[in-house]
Each structure stands twice: as C-alpha cells, then as structure tokens.
Design a protein around this ligand. Sequence first.
Ligand code: CAA
Length: 380
Amino acid sequence: MDFKLSEEHIMIRDAAREFAQTELLPGVVERDNKQEFPDTLVKKMGELGFMGVMVDPKYGGSGMDTISYVLIMEELSKIDASASVMVSVNNSLVCYGLETYGTEAQKEKYLTPLAAGEKLGAFCLSEPEAGSDATSQRTTAIDKGDHYVLNGTKNWITNGGRADIYLVIAQTDKDKGSHGINAFIVEKGMKGFDIGPKEDKLGIRGSDTHTLQFNDVKVPKENRIGANGSGFRFAMKTLSGGRIGIAAQALGIAQGAYELALKYSKERKAFGTEISNHQAIAFKLADMYTEIEAARLLVMKAATDKDAGANYDRSSAMAKLYASEVAMKHTVEAVQIHGGNGFVKEYHVERLMRDAKITQIYEGTSEIQKIVISRSILRD
Ligand code: CAA
C-alpha cells in the first residue's frame, strides 16, 4: 500500500490547480450569478485533455488513469463545480460508456471528438417519474427494423443545452422490465428532439441543466449501445464510475471550503486575537481536516479499484456517500467560520455550500448509495 502520489500524478494535479486558479477563479461569482459558462473555457479544458482523461489516445483521449481523473476533478471543484460537472459527465458517463460498450464505428464517430473536447456529451437517464427508481423508464424506444423510434421526456440533464451527443436510456420491451431497456446515441438536431428551458438552480448554476423531449425521434439501429436489452446494466455500470467522479467533486468542494476557512481564521481577529486561536474554531478546522482526509482515502480507494480492474460498485458508492456528506457538513462549517462574511458572495464559501448539496443528489442520492452498499455487503 502506497499513500504517496507519483511524480506524474503530482504534475497532473498541479496543471489542473494552475488552470483552476488562473482560468476558473476569475469570474466564478459572476458566472454563478448569471448562470452561464463560456464556450472558451470548455474548449480550454478540452485542450488540456480534461474531457477525455481516461480514454485511449487512439480515440482522442489522454490515456491517463482514474487517480489522475480524480485529482483533476478535485482541483477544478475547489474553485468551480459547474466546470467539474461538465468534465465528470463527459468523462465518466459518456466517454467511459462509449469506450467500454460501444462498437468500433461508434467509438470512431462519437467517442473521438468527445474525448478530444471538440464535442460535449450528456447522459439521459432521469425522468419525471424515474429518478432514484431508474428501472421505471417511461421513455420508449420502439424497434422499427433498421431504426428505433424514441418518445418521452428526460429531466435534470447536465449539459442538456450545450451537448452535441446524448446517451439516452429508454424502454424497448416493458414486459422484460430492466432487461427490456436500451441505451442509444442521439445527436443534437435529430428531428423531434427538443431541448426545454434551462433550470434555475440552487447550486452549480454555471452548468446548464435541461428537460429534453423526444417526439418520434428516428434513431438508426447502429446507434444502440451494446446488445438488445443491456441498457440498464450499461447505465448502472457507467454510473458506478460516475460516482467516483462526483465523489471527487464533493471532495474538491469540501477541500476548497476548508482552505478558505483556514485562511480566513488566521486573518480575522475577534476578542483580541486571530479566531484560529479560539478552540471553538480550531476544533472545527480539526474536524474538517480529518473528515476531508478520510473522504480522500475513500475516493482514492475507489479509483484504485477501477484502475486495478476490480469491482468498484461498492467502493464508488461508499466514496460518493461519504464525500458528499463531508462536503455538505463542512461547507456549512466554512460559512459559519466566516460569520457574516460567509453569507456574502465575494467570499466564495456560500457558493461552495450551495454547490455541495447536489453531490448528495445526482448520480444516485445518498439513500441510493446506501441501497447499493447494503445490498453489496449482504451478498458477501
Ligand atoms: N452492475 C451490473 N448490473 C447491475 C448493477 C450494476 N452495478 N446494478 C443493478 N444491476 C442489474 C441487477 O443485477 C438486475 O439484473 P437481474 O434482474 O439480472 O438480477 C437489474 O440490473 C436490476 O437491478 P435491481 O433489481 O437492483 O434494480 P432496482 O430497481 O432495485 O434499482 C438501484 C437498483 C441501485 C436503486 C438503481 O435503480 C439506481 O442506481 N438508482 C439511482 C439512479 C441514478 O443514479 N440516477 C442518476 C441519474 S444520472 C445523473 O445524475 C447524471 C448527471 O447528469 C449528473
């Protein structure tokens, strides 16, 4: 067991840190206020290789490991979780899904521009009545011989407006339950595919989240991913990796809030001394540091499992469950340490607190992670 990062990992982490500090930090408050994220920044993340971190270079990716991916995610999330969610969805849900389960033709046509950062992807599983209960898909994909016809609605889709390529999960044969579900590659602009208005959200406000409508959308058969009926398993396996990315995002949000709270506590004076000299504040910092480090170890364990080719369903669920709870708890504490200033946007911690909440919800709520973990340990 080795708790040290390699030289290469440190270089990757430092490159992501440099990008986050110099490119993401300026304007982050304004982007959050205006609910926007410029294409130029997405392009830059692509040029740095952040959009296809783990993808084989022959498909336009950076060919790095999952440890590198979580280091990048942590650094971006310390500053701007709206940026990191785009990176996470594109990498772990879209690129991973295509590289692992796609055909050679699908990889050439779709994975390559996605991994190179030339195009952006979205993952469409959630529906108005199928959030946590993901097997209850109402979107239908009817087999018409050489194509499928898609009808239905998808909700809360990250990158919903700005994506070019959408992986859409739909029910082909209701009688077969989860074994009647398929995953499809849908392109923006296909007839009958409409993008609804952008959601006005509590956090990750720079990330665009939309409802999508599919009205008799003709999807060629070659755009189905994997064997007929394998779509639910595809979604679950893909989400297991996604949860490592979101766990790393939660870790970054917590670490970012901790660093701001530490700095502030050494500058702000009350009762004749820096507030870090008051035990009430020092103990908060001790709890933050300890629990964030524990979250980091769980995130690294899940990433190591994935890199080793071991099953990571349980370790990714544990990492996401714990890191997101730590992010929520300690961003609240970071606001508390900042006192009145914590409630003001220019001090950044209120945004991190708002951003933390989504990590307990998307890619499986904390309650869903407990289902995954408990089923897994009871099977042992
Ligand atoms: N790997 C392989 N197969 C799996 C699997 C996994 N990890 N998990 C389940 N399956 C298989 C099961 O073995 C089962 O197959 P059999 O019938 O052959 O045994 C089948 O899938 C159905 O599984 P379950 O019976 O366990 O299904 P369930 O209805 O009890 O639901 C669940 C399981 C874990 C609760 C699942 O519904 C779930 O993960 N829900 C949460 C969904 C989610 O994470 N949504 C996030 C949306 S995406 C998002 O947020 C992206 C974004 O934009 C940021």
